[in-house]
Each structure stands twice: as C-alpha cells, then as structure tokens.
Design a binder for this molecule. Structure first.
Ligand code: FES
Length: 316
C-alpha cells in the first residue's frame, strides 16, 4: 500500500483472449483484496500524465490468499479511452489504484433456480457466479451468446464447467424461443442477465412478456456513457461554474475541477453519484431512477446523465 493509504496493485500478467477482450491479473501491493462475493466489481484508477481514468470492472476471481484478482476488459469501440489505454498500455508492472470494491449484482440465495443469460463481455460476473453456484450445489443454467468468431475464446474461458448447465450459442435464439424458455422455469427461479445494451433490451422485453416479477429479475449494465451537447453546472454552495464538454461526463468534469464527488459503478447502475438538482432539466440516462424521480427532475446521476438545459444548478 502506498504511504498515503492509497491501495495500489500492479498488473502481474495480461493475456489477449480475443481482439477485443484482454484478461488482467492484478496483484495487491502490501495489502490484501477483501473476500468478495460473486458479482462484485472493482473501481480502478489508472492512466498517464495526459489523462487519468476511473473505470469499474467485474471481478472474475480472487486468489484465496487475497493477493490477486482477475478482470477482463473489453476494448469498447465507443470507449472514453480507459479500455483502449488498458489494452494498449496495460503491460506487466503497470501500477493501478484500487478505489473500491462493491457488489451491486449478488446471487439471490433465496432462489431455488438461477438462470444466467449473458452476451459478450457480460460473461464476466457470471464466471464468478459459476464457481459459487457449483460449490453450493445450487440449481443453475447459463446461456452465453457470442459472435461465431469469439466462440473458441469463450469455450476456453468456460472450459471445465458442467456442460449440462453451461451453454454457448453463437447466435441469438428467436424472441419467441427465449420467452418459451423463460416461461417454462419453475416459479422459484431468478433470472440474471448482463451484456451489451441491445442484448439487455432484448432480454428485458422477453422477461416482461413472460411476466416475471421484477424482484426475481436482476441485471448488470455495462454502460459506456455517451457524450452530448456541452453544458454548464453551477455549484450552489460555492457559486462556482463548471463546464461539461461534449466528450466528458458531468462526473469527469467535477473531478477535473478538483471536486471529489462520490461514485462507484460509473455506469448509471448504482446510484452512488446522485446529486440534488436545484434548477434546470437533467437528461436522465441511468438505470436507477424511477419514472417518478425522472419526472421530478430533482436528482441527477452525474456519471452518465447530462442536461437538457444549458445550465444545471446542483446542490454542491
Ligand atoms: S456511480 Fe453508479 S450510478 Fe453513478
């Protein structure tokens, strides 16, 4: 651990799994990763003199002695730069900061059956799930969807898993096929899904159509915040104005202004970055606020949401 109390780790090894997926082993420096339940993610700080990044990644596994964790990073075409940096400059020995760990996507222990649906990089939380479900003798099935050219890489990642419970598909079934599968599950089933936005919408539609109760449906979004029109935020407590550029998030602009707003997932999924809006209209892009909260327009999640008005006044 660095003298300041900041937790650091180095990249102990890295392996290219496919042209867009890279595996990293992160080794703690002078401290241990805490025991982490399946579905946890880590918030990493990394970068160089030109730009620092803070990105959250699912933890695939933790070494028993807490010295190492494994993550898999997808090189996102619409990346804000973090995943590209790790793919291009994330070599062995590179130091990263561990800003926190959390589990926003835990296994529901009360469920009698667990149906896991993933696509592409969405497999990562489920790699941890599979170990827990198998070790606990729980009833589960995973359907993973990928591009045909990536099938071999996912077969390798899932090698050794119970073939009766783990299935890889290199094309999506028809919507009706998915609905039929979900409709035939016992009433005590919980459904978990994770993957790119189109896949998420597709599964969400099927789950709704079948009538699954929301409490039995769990999802984790890998959401890369998109840019938009620049806008300004007025910080009511200090009177300062912070400009948010077209290619940065409100959270990044606040950080660049040396404010240290809370955050965790940085993808609109946890609510940790919520700030009260005193004036102006937020452009909500998160997966947390209810419709009523969106309409009230009194809260904004700074990691993904932007402004419909030229200025927002925040209680900061
Ligand atoms: S940090 Fe999780 S919703 Fe913004």
């Amino acid at each position: 651990m660095a003298k300041s109390g900041v937790k650091t780790a180095i990249i102990a090894s890295t392996t290219l799994l496919t042209p867009t997926l890279r595996r990293f082993v992160l080794r703690a420096q002078g401290w241990c990763f805490p025991v982490l339940s399946a579905g946890s993610h880590v918030l990493l700080g990394f970068g160089g003199p030109e730009r620092m990044f803070k990105n959250a990644y699912s933890i695939v596994s933790r070494k028993d002695d807490g010295s190492e964790i494994v993550i898999i990073v997808r090189r996102a075409p619409q990346s804000r730069g973090g995943s590209v940096f790790l793919h291009e400059q994330g070599r062995e020995g590179l130091s990263v900061t561990i800003l926190g760990t959390a589990n926003l996507f835990p296994i529901m222990r009360r469920a009698r059956r667990h149906v896991l649906l993933s696509a592409g990089i969405g497999i990562t939380p489920f790699l941890a799930y599979l170990e827990t479900l198998r070790a606990g003798g729980m009833d589960y099935v995973l359907h993973h969807f990928c591009r045909p050219e990536e099938r071999e890489a996912f077969e390798s990642l899932l090698h050794g898993q119970d073939s009766a419970c783990v299935h890889i598909h290199d094309q999506l079934p028809g919507a009706a096929g998915l609905r039929e599968q979900l409709a035939n599950q016992p009433i005590t089933t919980h459904v978990y899904y994770c993957g790119p936005e189109g896949f998420m919408d597709w599964v969400a539609g099927a789950v709704r159509a079948v009538g699954f109760v929301p409490g039995k449906v769990h999802s984790e979004h890998f959401f890369v915040p998109e840019g938009g029109q620049p806008f300004a935020v007025v910080l009511a407590r200090s009177g300062r104005t912070v400009n948010v550029g077209a290619d940065e998030t409100l959270l990044e602009a606040l950080e660049a202004a040396d404010l240290n707003p809370p955050c965790m997932c940085r993808g609109g999924a946890c609510g940790a970055c919520a700030v009260t809006v005193l004036d102006g209209q937020p452009d909500h892009r998160d997966h947390v606020l209810t419709e009523a909260e969106r309409t009230a327009a009194t809260t904004i999640l700074t990691c993904v949401s932007r402004a419909k008005t030229q200025t927002l006044t925040l209680d900061l």
